[in-house]
Design a protein around this ligand. Structure first.
Ligand code: AMP
Ligand code: MN
Ligand code: MN
Length: 326
């Protein structure tokens, strides 16, 4: 197997690897989004079309708003007991295999394929197919589907379009390149259900979620001359509004959307864990800031898990942002 000097595998090498294996486990990251799931489901559909065996591992389960994705019902924490030894584990949309969570059985590096678009991917696989300039991991997968030469049906198209719409925030973020829009148009022509994706992922909200957003907005604080906005969610707020952790997914964008704000943070202290979502308007690199606290992501969107009490998390994250130029 020839790898380029950059450590990034070529499309041909990855496709050769895929053709050489008989069974696959598509692995998505904890607290999954439309990109990690859609990318794995699309590639899984294509591989099944080639007669391969495919299973899907996901530690936390499929969120309500992604259950419409084709084959989502096959995604599970439990893996079949009779998978062959040469099963290839395909990690989608994660900068390190540990983002798959602690329930994934041990996997040898020789059986790991890393497909991603994050900055700072740890290149943990036997092959690492990491294209940082792609808007989503699904659009990375698209290169493999073309090289495989499989027919692209409306189910595959819907999965890939869901990855693009998820990671571009419905074509709003700065990663919405002409290439991303052209690919989206191609996918719609193949039958991708854009209306369903829009409805399920972006429009439909539970009443409890909207009430929770109200609480998050009430608790917004502004620092650094109004350039930094942060807020939080805790178990009590979920209890009071009838919302749950899934309902918090895109709330950090409301914080970033406030006039004058360059950087936003939403602290989610839920069930004994503090997950922090960071978003930037483009001036501050929040991937680097999250990296200082063991997290990662992209220049404008990143996250981390803070180990310690919530009152300590606020100054720790602020210090990391200040170190990156806030
Ligand atoms: P989120 O705020 O959870 O939507 O995540 C934003 C981005 O940061 C996504 O690209 C995630 O994959 C990444 N990210 C979130 N949490 C972590 C973490 N603990 N470690 C590495 N990357 C993360
Ligand atoms: Mn993701
Ligand atoms: Mn992604």
């Amino acid at each position: 197997m020839i790898e380029s000097t950059s450590g990034i595998a070529s499309t041909k090498d990855v496709v050769e690897e895929l053709r050489g294996r008989s069974a696959f486990v598509m692995v998505s990251h904890v607290k999954p989004d439309g990109d990690t799931l859609g990318a794995g489901l699309a590639l899984g559909l294509a591989l099944k079309g080639l007669g391969k065996r495919v299973a899907y591992f996901q530690q936390d389960g499929v969120p309500r708003n992604l259950r419409f994705l084709p084959d989502a019902e096959l995604v599970s924490r439990r893996l079949p007991a009779d998978l062959p030894d040469d099963t290839l584990y395909v990690f989608c949309d994660m900068s390190d295999w540990r983002r798959a969570g602690e329930y994934l059985p041990p996997v040898d590096r020789a059986n790991m394929l890393d497909i991603d678009h994050h900055l700072g991917n740890s290149l943990f696989g036997k092959l690492n197919y990491v294209l940082e300039h792609e808007c989503s991991t699904g659009s990375v997968v698209m290169h493999l589907l073309r090289e495989l030469g499989v027919p692209l049906d409306e189910r595959i198209a819907t999965c890939i379009l869901a990855t693009i719409m998820t990671d571009t925030g419905g074509f709003m973020h700065s990663n919405t390149t002409p290439d991303a829009l052209e690919l989206a148009a191609e996918l719609m022509r193949l039958g991708a259900d854009k209306e369903q994706i829009t409805e399920e992922i972006f429009l439909r909200k539970r009443v409890g979620a909207t009430k929770l957003l109200g609480r998050v907005v009430e608790k917004m604080r502004f620092e650094h001359g109004g350039r930094y906005c942060y807020s939080y969610v805790d178990d009590a707020m979920l209890e009071q509004t009838g919302a749950d952790g899934e309902d918090t997914e895109d709330m950090v964008n409301t914080l970033l959307g406030q006039e004058g704000v360059d950087v936003a943070a939403l602290f989610k202290a839920i069930e004994g864990e503090i997950r922090v979502s960071l978003r930037s308007s483009g001036r501050i690199n929040v991937q680097a800031a999250a990296g200082r606290l063991g997290g990662g992501g992209h220049f404008r969107a990143s996250g981390l898990t803070y180990r310690g009490p919530l009152p300590d998390a606020f100054p720790a994250v602020e210090a990391a942002l200040v170190a990156e130029g806030l």
